[in-house]
Design a protein around this ligand. Structure first.
Ligand SMILES: [Ca+2]
Length: 144
C-alpha cells in the first residue's frame, strides 16, 4: 500500500469524545450500510476523526440517502449530536483528497501559468467559433 492510501481513512467511535469501541476504515471506499463484518456500526457512530488525506460523506440512511454531512481532511467531531448526527450515520463514502486536490489550482497559480479556469459565456467573444487559419495563407505567400 502506498503512503497516500494509508492516510485516506476515517476513525469512528461509538461514544462521543472518542470513547468506547473504535474502528478505522480505510478508503477510498464506500459502504452502502455499516453492518460491517464482525460489528454493526449502523446508527452507532457518536464521534469521528478524518484522516489527513480523506474527504468523508456521511448519510443518515442506508444507500447514501436522506441527509448528508461532509467532513474534510483532519477534521475531528467530538460530538456528532451537535450536527444532529449522533447515532444516525448509516452509509459513508471515503474519498482520497489527494486525487481531488491534485487538480485544484489557486487563482494566483492560474494567473501565473496563464491557464484559463473560467470560460466566459459572453456572445461577443465566442470560444468555440471557427478560428481563422493562418498556416495556409502564410504557406501561399511562401510559394510566390
Ligand atoms: Ca440512520
Amino acid at each position: 500500500m502506498s503512503k497516500k492510501r494509508s492516510d485516506c481513512y476515517i476513525e469512528v467511535w461509538r461514544e462521543k469524545n472518542f470513547e468506547g469501541e473504535y474502528l478505522r476504515i480505510y478508503g477510498p471506499v464506500q459502504y452502502r450500510h455499516l453492518k460491517l463484518p464482525g460489528a454493526d456500526w449502523g446508527d452507532q457512530i457518536a464521534s469521528l476523526r478524518v484522516g489527513p488525506h480523506a474527504f468523508v460523506l456521511a448519510y443518515r440512511d442506508r444507500n447514501f440517502k436522506s441527509a448528508m454531512v461532509a467532513f474534510g481532511p483532519n477534521q475531528t467531531i467530538a460530538d456528532l449530536g451537535k450536527l444532529k448526527f449522533d447515532d444516525e450515520i448509516d452509509s459513508i463514502k471515503i474519498i482520497n483528497s489527494i486525487k481531488i486536490l491534485d487538480h485544484l489550482y489557486t487563482d494566483d497559480e492560474a494567473a501565473v501559468t496563464g491557464e484559463r479556469h473560467i470560460e466566459s459565456k459572453n456572445p461577443s467573444r465566442p470560444t468555440d467559433g471557427p478560428k481563422r487559419r493562418r498556416k495556409r495563407s502564410s504557406a501561399r505567400r511562401r510559394g510566390r
